[in-house]
Design a binder for this molecule. Structure first.
Ligand code: NDP
Length: 289
């Protein structure tokens, strides 16, 4: 059965739009884009379009590749201080000369809609009422819950340990009482772990990393990877695939996400949700008691 992230994301977006209209909210998302990477510009464009659709204002901060650490930090501070900004998104990756961790930690935790600030990651690790959690992992958990997939006691293998996807998702699986194995590029024998798994989540960016011989019958598969492969039959000359050999693995899986149309749309839906959640809690904090 397909885990249809596209459909769920659309449902969430229309619910959010209704909340904005009914409560007469005026949420704002500050978006910092540094440099001119084509992929980053595309992601920002998609996020801005989604914001427009649900009624979130964008406050664009386009900065040159040559910006210094101090200049970038002061731009983050401006957004932190701006009462019309409820959420701050810093499009990654930042240029190599920038200390990414310092910049992400500068975002006020209550405006950290991407959930990358060390304080928010800390709350997630401690399972101490985490509020703003990274969007892609949050979207994955939301998608699994939509299909009534109970994670408690499941053997879950998370492949990939990045700070923005694999590591926080492993923490979320742990918080949902799954038994979690976190694999990465130094894992000696990946298939030894995946063959035992009730659920496999891959976030690596490697085509055909997970093949049918590596999974057991009935496995649940979430494919976060996005890879472009040449395809002469497509107008643009390529198509997007995940990390999983979808055609063969789907024959053994009980549930599987497609790429595209699985996790990707959920990431954006969670960004919108976090921005509106922040608006609601900041408005409440700022209003006289
Ligand atoms: P990173 O490059 O930061 O991390 C990749 C991870 O994969 C690393 O932990 C790496 O291990 C691990 N890895 C690489 N090769 C292997 C291998 N052969 N076996 C096991 N583990 C391996 O990427 P991100 O986490 O940022 O993104 C991962 C993928 O997810 C990408 O394809 C990205 O495009 C996609 N993505 C999709 C999103 C969505 O919304 N659908 C959102 C964000 C990302 P090590 O740590 O040892 O290097």
């Amino acid at each position: 059965m397909l885990l249809n992230g596209k459909q769920l994301a659309q449902k969430i977006r229309s619910e959010l739009k209704n909340i904005v209209t009914k409560k007469n909210l005026n949420p704002g998302l500050g978006i910092i884009l540094v440099g001119e990477r084509v992929d980053s510009a595309t992601y920002v464009r998609m996020k801005k379009r989604a914001c427009d659709e649900v009624g979130i204002r964008n406050i664009d901060v386009m900065l040159p590749e040559t910006i210094t650490q101090d200049e970038l930090i002061s731009k983050v501070d401006e957004l932190n201080d701006n009462v019309l900004v409820d959420g701050i998104l810093i499009q990654l990756p930042l240029p190599k000369h920038i200390d990414e961790r310092e910049v992400l930690n500068r975002v006020l935790p209550e405006k950290d809609v991407d959930g990358f600030n060390a304080i928010n990651i800390g709350s997630l690790a401690l399972n101490d009422n985490p509020k703003l959690t990274p969007c892609t992992p949050t979207g994955v958990i939301r998608l699994l819950k939509e299909y009534d997939i109970d994670l408690e006691g499941k053997d879950a293998v998370m492949v990939g340990r990045s700070n923005i996807v694999g590591m926080p998702l492993a923490l979320m699986l742990k918080n949902e009482n799954a038994t979690v194995t976190l694999c990465h590029s130094r894992t000696k024998d990946l298939s030894m772990y995946t063959k035992q798994a009730d659920i496999i989540i891959s976030a690596c960016g490697k085509v055909n990393l997970i093949t049918a011989d590596m999974v057991k019958e009935g496995v649940i598969i979430v494919d976060i990877g996005i890879n472009s492969v040449p395809d002469a039959t497509r107008k643009r000359g390529y198509r997007l695939v995940g990390d999983v050999d979808f055609e063969n693995v789907k024959e053994k899986a009980s549930f599987i996400t497609p790429v595209p149309g699985g996790v990707g749309p959920m990431t954006i839906a969670m960004l919108l949700k976090h921005t509106i959640d922040s608006n609601l809690s900041l408005v409440n904090t700022n209003s006289p008691s």
